[in-house]
Design a protein around this ligand. Structure first.
Ligand SMILES: [Zn+2]
Length: 148
């Protein structure tokens, strides 16, 4: 399961809407505990493709993010991008470009009346959805992390 705070979820949704009609993208840093991942920081990157149907992250931005993640003593746990007009599931291209089975691939669809955010693990071209939990109370979540 992947855990995301309500405030990060709202910010991610706002960013995706702001970037319409194009896809938006970003990276997720946090901690892993057992099979669970806890997102502690969301990085908003530019979609250098500026396209409604695909995205590319700027390598220089990615490099700066990875340095920041290391400095914060966090781990890269996944990435996200939006689908302005298609459902929240990885496209063939998304699956082809998914290089790391340990990462979470979050897809935020704006195709429906409300946003739909789902998380996937992608291995050998197969996408498997995993439960995503929006944490309402951030303080409770911080306690969970320090306990583990
Ligand atoms: Zn996609």
């Amino acid at each position: 399961m992947i855990h995301l705070t309500r405030s990060d979820y709202e910010a991610m949704t706002a960013y995706a809407r702001e970037q319409l009609p194009n896809e938006c993208c970003g990276l997720l840093a946090g901690k892993r505990s057992g099979g669970d991942a806890f997102v502690e920081k969301v990085y908003y990157l530019n979609n250098t493709d500026a396209s409604p149907e695909h995205f590319s992250m700027d390598p220089a931005e990615q490099f700066a993010v990875m340095r920041d993640i290391r400095q914060r003593n966090l781990a890269l746990i996944g990435n996200f991008h939006s689908h302005p007009a298609t459902p929240s599931r990885p496209s063939d291209e998304d699956k082809r470009l998914a290089f790391d089975p340990s990462l979470r691939y979050l897809i935020l669809s704006l195709a429906e009346s409300g946003p739909v955010l789902r998380s996937f693990r992608i291995r050998g071209g197969e996408a498997i959805a995993e439960p995503l939990h929006i944490e309402e109370e951030e303080s409770h979540w911080q306690m969970q992390i320090s306990r583990n």
